[in-house]
Design a protein around this ligand. Sequence first.
Ligand code: ZN
Length: 560
Amino acid sequence: MSKGLMGSGRLTGAGASAAGLMLLAACAAEPVVEGTPSEITARLDRYATVRLTTDMSVLTEREREMLPLLIEAAQPMTDLFWQQAYGNPDSLLSSIDDPATRQLVAINYGPWDRLRGNEPFLPGVGPKPPGANFYPWDMTKTELEAARDAPAAESERLRSLYTLVRRGDDGSLRPVPYHEAFPEELEAAAAHLRAAAALADDPELERYLSFRADALVSDEYQPSDLAWMEMKDNRLDIVIGAIETYEDQLFGYKAAYEAFVLVKDIAWSERLARFAEYLPELQRGLPVAETYKREMPGTDGDLNAYDVVFYAGDANAGSKTIAINLPNDEEVQATKGTRRLQLKNAMRAKFDRILVPIARELIAADQQPHITFDAFFENVMFHEVAHGLGISTTVNDRGTVREALKEHASAIEEGKADILGLYMVTWLRDNGYLTEGDLRDNYVTFLAGIFRSVRFGATSAHGRANMVRFHYFRDAGAFTYDEATRTYRVDVTRTREAMTDLSRLLLTLQGDGDYEGAGQLLAERGLVGPELHGELDRLADADIPVDIVFEQGMSVLTGN
Ligand code: ZN
């Protein structure tokens, strides 16, 4: 399992920021007693181990020289995410002798099980703070909200994607920019990016890598996001920096550090390129009132398939991402659209190791042939494309959807992308643009996919989004349960109807910036009920893994 995490000696972390990051001292300082060996083993067994490889023979000599530099640039994201998710891990890790327990802590970046609603798995450890280590341990939501009365610039800096919130000597809240909190790690990553840039034959890649290096050390990401969108012909790529906000479950304001090192699959990418053209037509066809579809999705965004050869930080914590849609910057999205990255090797691993075994347990026998990798790939792909549909600014002057929906924003956005992804695939088939396979493949594979995702636990944005959809679909009769065989069967007609209704509901909540409505939906339907607990236990009893961990790095790639 993820040797790179434990073996690299990179967990020593940010000395410079120690004063601000003593947080969680309350629990880290508790004497740590090991969880029972069998419990730890059971938690580890929920991960299947997968080697991350790619066809190195297609790379040029220069690309083969760049790859280790990109992996080196990615490495510090592990330390940085530790600092954001937990704080300095040294005392926690040094208190643990058992290798399995250390491994479980490394996978989770802390003593809370990300696949089990962040439940603590070490004795003496309390609940995970919803604001992780982005905010002071003892800060309440109200306290940060009250800081809105501070001068506008200060208030904005407290809510910035790229600051930690800490207490000053007088106890008041103050923002600490990431590049001031973590100068050493960010300089190290930037230096490796610059070294890789110097080797790049593609001038656009060279430009992106140097701009991204600048972004890491300044927290100014926009120029590099633009350069990334302008880059088209590169084979190597790296997604790196402070990017997603899921780790901040208090407000959803703070971006977490992560990296993916990527090798583009040129042949597959060419096959995918054509779908982005349909976005404007799809947007016009959304099943919602005109006012909620007045934004025009960019059409120069693109869709590519990659092998991912290295994951670090947020991306490598708990459940692993198999598709990415970036950048998140709404201004860049408005002018350049977004890029959707399908991580094909990781996706295939999850399909083979997790989805197929789940379907064997839970899907009606006669619908089993509709579980296909192509349908899984399409569903995940169109989820990513669907992030570009709908609305990003509220229709009633409540600012961006993300700001208005606060901590509910991620779950509602993921739910929207899932359901509009299904809408897209339906539309493309109805209009004859997608002809291989059959709509039933997509719907049956989608249902099996809900069971897969729900197993991440209801604390992740994706998990909650999937719970909402499970309950919504069940109540609409989109699937039925057969007591005798204990399997589920998809009803295609009713799935279409449920899909349309749920799309309308989520698009409206977003467009209205309806914080209360979103909260109510997630509270009422976003939890795992007793019915589903039973099914999830069956999957656990059948020893089906929940997620994957990686053997990764240059030694895996070169087979040494
Ligand atoms: Zn998504």
